[in-house]
Structures are given as C-alpha cells and as structure tokens.
Design a binder for this molecule. Structure first.
Ligand code: DGT
Ligand code: MG
Length: 378
C-alpha cells in the first residue's frame, strides 16, 4: 500500500513534519499507554517530560511495523527514543502493558485532574490547586466550589475586554455546558456547522472562501471542536473588508441564536491581550456554537480564523495540525533560515516575505515533501 511505502521511506526522520503519520498506526495500544504517562506529566506541570513522551509517541505513531521483540534494536535507534522510553516500550512488548501507565490510570489524583481539566478554562495548574489546596475530588465538588468562588480578577478583566455582544464563557457556564462540550462532533455535523457559518458570512461579505481545518481535515471521524480558516479573495489586511470581520460575524451569529458564548475575540482594531497565548497574529473568534433548529442543538466549540488572502494558505497549514506536526514545522523552517507561522513565511536574515498561492507552495517554500493532511497525525 502506498501510505505504508511512504511511511517506510521516512519514519526515521527527526522532524515530525517529515514523517508520514496516519490516524491509526500499527502500534495503537502502545501509543495509548504512553499517552497516559504523557498526560499525567502534563497535568503535574512536568512539561519537559511531557514533551519527551509526546515526541516519542509521535515517532512510534510513524513506525510502519507492528512492534515485536526482534524490532526493539531498531526502535532504540529512532529519534526521541532514549533509554527510559526504550524500557517502557520493551515492557509493553514483553507484558502487553506498562506498569506505570496502569498505576497512573487508576490513581484518584490522575482521574480527578483529568476530569477537572475537561472544563473549559480549567488548566493543569488550576486543577492541581483544586485537588491540593481545596481538596476537591469530583465535578460536583468543583461545582460547589465555583458556586461560592467568583472568577479571578485577572480572568474577569480579560473577559471584560472581549468586544462582542455574546457573554464570555466563565468557569460556571463551562461547568454547566461541560457534558455537551465534551461530546465528540461527527464529521456530518462539522460540515453542517461549516455550511451555516458560511451562509451567515455570505450575507455580510459575499464571496468569502473557507476550509475546515484541524482534526477534521486530518481525517478524524470525530472532533473535539471545529476549526475553520476564512478569507476573501479581494480582502486585504489593511482594508475595511477584513478589519473586524470576526466581530461582525460573531455578533450576527449571536443575534441569530447560533452563538451562545465567546471565549476569545481578537481583531485588528483591539490589540489582543491574549496574543502571547496564541501563535500568530491572525484574527480569531473562539466561540460556543449551536446549530439552528430542527437540529439537536448541542453546544459545540468553534474556532474561526480570519486570514488576508496572502496568509490563507499558511493559515490552513498552520491550523491543520497536528500540534506535534506544527511544532516541528516551525523548528524545521527555523533550521532553514525561515520563520513559519499561520500568518506567513519570512526569511529570517532580511524578513523577506513569501506569499504561497497554494498549500503545496507552502511545502515547497519550506523545502518539505508534500504530505496529505491525513498523514499529518504526528
Ligand atoms: P480536536 O481535539 O479534535 O479539535 O483536534 P485538533 O487537531 O483539531 O486540535 P485543535 O482544534 O486544538 O487545533 C487544531 C490545530 O490548530 C492544531 O493542530 C494546532 C493549531 N492551533 C491550535 N490552537 C492554535 C492557536 O492558538 N494558534 C495557531 N496558530 N494555531 C493553533
Ligand atoms: Mg480542532
């Protein structure tokens, strides 16, 4: 099979953006066990260790054979597989499981931190504080806690800066919506959401172009959220056409009952307080969306990214993911004297900007072999 041939040719590459990586790999069980350890490291704030596991997982995902004892010598030579990682993999090959993964998975702490962080706005640090400082263990504990604790002043101030009519999604609202926001979104619903958003946008600015990106574009059957990159063939960054398009669209969707909350809205007009938390300077609207009746009106997370035409293709590449693919894409570009992010490609020494006219051109400019989105699941 062709994908396998492609995988065989490149699985030893150091950069995730060079390794073809399918959604489902031959060693899915091992990936699942390593992912538990990675997640635990992340929840505990051990980011360096979490990244080591993430890199190793990404290398295992690209490995084109089922792992057996006779292949361990080869695996030991793969990038990101150090001694510790190799011992975990060996353990899996020998016993069919990794003891540390099993221990973590059943621990009360891991389970509580995992559940807390399913609430939008609760990150690892907050989750640990809820567990350690306030002694909370369950979601109902967290609900009771937040019923009598107002959001932090920093958060309240950030929320108050969002220039949209829709309310922001505070922790209490996020707790109330948690069950729905936790549901995975099937592909047909992703497409229905996209169609509704683009019809509303057409009423504001006819002729916009869009691509559904994120996990959907990489072939995932079910997504955690929907990511859409939007542009207009004649709209330029400085012009009134693109300025504040996100805000306009979000307010229109809100007035029609299609948006219930706004988590983040950046526009060229209001320099964006959250900018450092994101990777590029594109205008974005991160919102909670509901389909119009007669659809089942489940609340869904929707990210809209607005790009001027010259940034459309880099935005598509930058938002297709996976996260590991994107991380190594930036490193790979840097190694070649270029700077890549979703808003464009520039040459480091003189800031010369490249304007790719297709996604293939993005790959060409970066000196990358073309990879179908379905093979970017690093
Ligand atoms: P999921 O969980 O089913 O939504 O899976 P993904 O892969 O769609 O994950 P998601 O939606 O968090 O992110 C989509 C891609 O967009 C991700 O691979 C990296 C990129 N991305 C996420 N957040 C940002 C951001 O704030 N700025 C930029 N430039 N890219 C981002
Ligand atoms: Mg997504």
């Amino acid at each position: 099979e062709q994908p396998t041939e492609l995988m065989k040719a490149h699985y030893t590459s150091r950069y995730a953006c060079l390794r073809p990586c399918p959604l489902i790999c031959p060693n899915q069980g091992l990936v699942r066990q390593l992912a538990i350890i990675r997640r635990s490291r992340e929840l505990e704030g051990k980011d360096t260790s979490a990244l080591s596991y993430e890199r190793a997982i990404s290398v295992v995902k690209a490995y084109p054979h089922k792992l057996t004892a006779s292949r361990l010598a080869e695996v030991a030579k793969l990038p990101a597989i150090g001694e510790k990682m190799l011992s975990k993999i060996t353990e899996y090959v020998d016993d069919g499981e990794i003891e540390e993964s099993q221990t973590i998975a059943v621990s009360a702490r891991f389970q509580a931190l995992s559940v807390f962080t399913t609430v939008y706005g609760i990150g690892a640090t907050t989750a640990r504080a809820l567990f350690d400082v306030f002694g909370l263990r369950t979601l109902s504990d967290a609900e009771a806690h937040y019923a009598c604790h107002p959001p932090s002043p920093a958060r309240a101030e950030r929320d108050s800066k969002i220039r949209a009519r829709a309310p922001s999604l505070g922790i209490r609202e996020a707790l109330a919506l948690r069950a729905e926001l936790e549901e995975k979104i099937p592909r047909a619903e992703v497409e229905a959401m996209h169609a509704v958003v683009m019809a509303e946008l057409a009423a504001l600015r006819p002729g916009c172009l869009s691509t559904i990106v994120g996990g959907y574009r990489r072939g995932k059957a079910e997504s955690n959220d929907v990511d859409i990159v939007i542009t207009h063939p004649t709209l330029r960054s400085g012009s009134d056409q693109v300025k504040g398009l996100g805000e306009l669209l979000v307010n229109r969707l809100y007035d029609r009952g299609l948006v219930t909350h706004v988590m983040h809205l950046s526009s060229f007009r209001s320099p964006d307080a959250l900018r450092t938390a994101h990777w590029d300077a594109l205008e974005k609207a991160l919102i909670v969306f509901v389909l119009p009746p007669p659809a089942l009106r489940a609340h869904r997370r929707l990210d809209l990214i607005f790009a001027a035409p010259e940034a459309y293709w880099t935005a598509i590449t930058g938002w297709t993911g996976s996260k590991m693919f994107e991380r190594d894409l930036r490193l790979y570009a840097k190694e070649r004297g270029l700077k890549f992010d979703s808003s464009g490609i520039t040459r480091r020494r003189d800031s010369k900007a490249y304007i790719p006219r297709s996604e293939r051109e993005v790959f060409t400019v970066l000196g990358l072999e073309w990879l179908e989105p379905e093979m970017r699941n690093a």
